[in-house]
Design a protein around this ligand. Sequence first.
Ligand SMILES: Nc1ncnc2c1ncn2[C@@H]1O[C@H](COP(=O)(O)OP(=O)(O)OP(=O)(O)O)[C@@H](O)[C@H]1O
Length: 239
Amino acid sequence: MSAAPGRSQASSHRSPEGEGILVSTPSLLVQNLSKRYGDTPVFSHVSLRVEPGEFVAIVGESGVGKSSLLNCLAGLDDWNEGTITHHGVDLGALSETQRAHWRREQLGFVFQAFHVLPHLDVAQNVGLPLLLLKRPDPARVGQMLEAVGLGGLGERLPAQLSGGQLQRVAIARALVHRPGLLLADEPTGNLDPGTAQQVMDVLQQQAQESGAAVILVTHSDAAAARAHRVLRLTASGCF
Ligand SMILES: Nc1ncnc2c1ncn2[C@@H]1O[C@H](COP(=O)(O)OP(=O)(O)OP(=O)(O)O)[C@@H](O)[C@H]1O
């Protein structure tokens, strides 16, 4: 069992071999990852290195396993072979409790279907990750609401918001605790093209400001075009 996951580590460190040489620590390192559902292979031999602050888009045909891969990267689902390392923490070596702790500290996740809690108001939704970490911070929540263009709407219930506004709530919630890694699964899939563009502007800008590495799964060429790199997932890997 590896050490319990901690707070975000520095993105680079001194090489033990060569004084003065800076060696980058990837935000995420995926090596030779394979997943099956029962006997049915989903993806095989996926390797991927994402640097801190990097924005990577993953595209691929429907059913090729993009959401399954993202769920593995989040430690929400198990894989059959290979390793996933986040800032040196081997996700496969963590217990369920340790993974849950790692997710709370280090991960933001934005889903296509928003997944905001209907009975909590907007500010409570955004503040939830901080509450779960026992670090409530109304000022930070207010700052995130302003940053995503929802200043003044903190007391509204989700039912009183548009789809684009709901996704901005989800983005604020995903980044409020300054995670090292933001995973986004088709975040604009339910939005019209204009709203999708605004939501991607907010996602990209806020992730950049917080220094989070972003992995975006999308069918949208416009969304993928914003990424530093676009990787295509196929049954035999990520290219
Ligand atoms: N829990 C599960 N049990 C069994 N098979 C599953 C499960 N979840 C997904 N699958 C199957 O695994 C394959 C990959 O699904 P996944 O949702 O990861 O693909 P995707 O590339 O994200 O698809 P899309 O682009 O349509 O969202 C599909 O054939 C799907 O039916």
